[in-house]
Ligand binder design. Sequence first.
Ligand code: LLP
Length: 436
Amino acid sequence: YGTQAINEQGHLTIGGTDSVELAKEYGTPLYVYDIQLFRDRAKAFQKTFEDEGIGYQVAYASKAFSSIAIYQVAAEENLSLDVVSAGELYTAIKSGFPKEKIHFHGNNKSKAELRMAFEEEIGCIVVDNFYEIELLKDLSEQLKKPMNILLRVTPGIEAHTHDYITTGQEDSKFGFDLNNGQTDRAFEETYQHEFLNVLGLHCHIGSQIFDTAAFRLAAEKLVGRMAEWKKEYGYECSVLNLGGGFGIRYTAEDEPLEPSVYVKEMIQVVKQTSAAADFAIPEIWIEPGRSLVGDAGTTLYTIGSMKEVPGIRKYAAVDGGMSDNIRPALYEAKYSSMIANKAHETATEQYTIAGKCCESGDKLIEQAELPVAEPGDILSIFCTGAYGYSMASNYNRIARPAVIFAENGDHQLVVKRETNDDLIMNDMSYKKQVKS
Ligand code: LLP
């Protein structure tokens, strides 16, 4: 993946730095991001839009990995930013991210969160439901401040990894239904509002998607609807946001497309549909999360205890687990791995990589193909950059790992390892009150 290689010592290197040295210096578990790869992915998306000569925004869906440092790199790469909570918004603002390029998502944004968005004058709010429309009207009138909005719709297309299904009505907690009048009503309720500026439509049809059919269909449906509104109301929407969801390669079985392929096909459909409906080609916005940070991230662990269940399997336990990567336990997600200090050695064994949490389901990889392993080896698990650290927890009061960025032979700590004191930081003691 990316700038990963093997050096003369037979060690895995990431961003030109020796992963075994990183493990020594920072301890394990450790998240290491190959930042050049993040930059390259961002540029690949952007370049495709530029080559096709179409207005665009590529917003980093920061739920995949949110931290001050990644927001700073996203800003350097001219990305926009998708945030979904006051916490992500706060982090973005603290990082100095350009506010006008922040898009705020969520199916139940609180009044306080929306107020923060107005006060910070962010770029746009992706409106999810009728309750939110009312909150936005009240707030904007009260604050006398304008706000760009996109209407999030569920288009009745559910994309799975390899295929998609269309349904008349999608059973989703997100967005306005496109097929039963909800979306039209949401538009009618907002497009003439004094302070709300309807830019267009948004949809997000799934995650880890491997083909373009569902994106093409979504683009066609949404452009079609915006063109109808132009005819009916004389109002021209100028933005189509097709969300994220572009797949990445976790294991050899995954066969994602190049970022440019997804984007090219979207553009083609948007151009065709717009021309056929006599509608001005809208800007296309996308929101990749996983495909920007997923394969840029590697987790380094130290192997500790090992156990053999004769005739069944060998376990190798690492010093983290579902507390730093819940995806295997939650989604049966698959990963590939390597022993970072034995990167030259041939894989002759199979080990089930177990975590250290008190749950039998805390396994990171079933039957990983590895060379002979022993306690003290550094195990690297690849492609953990998206929804790994961001979904980490303190289950079993395990401290969250440190995160470092490696680039051009340099490495820098960007999120400190939690300490035991961090773990009890918000705890208060309790004393039973004796009533007289
Ligand atoms: N935009 C919206 C509105 C989204 O809901 C999401 C992801 C994205 C963009 C980014 O999608 P991506 O490009 O990363 O696929 N925790 C799960 C993934 C949840 C995705 C939620 N929404 C996992 O670990 O696989």
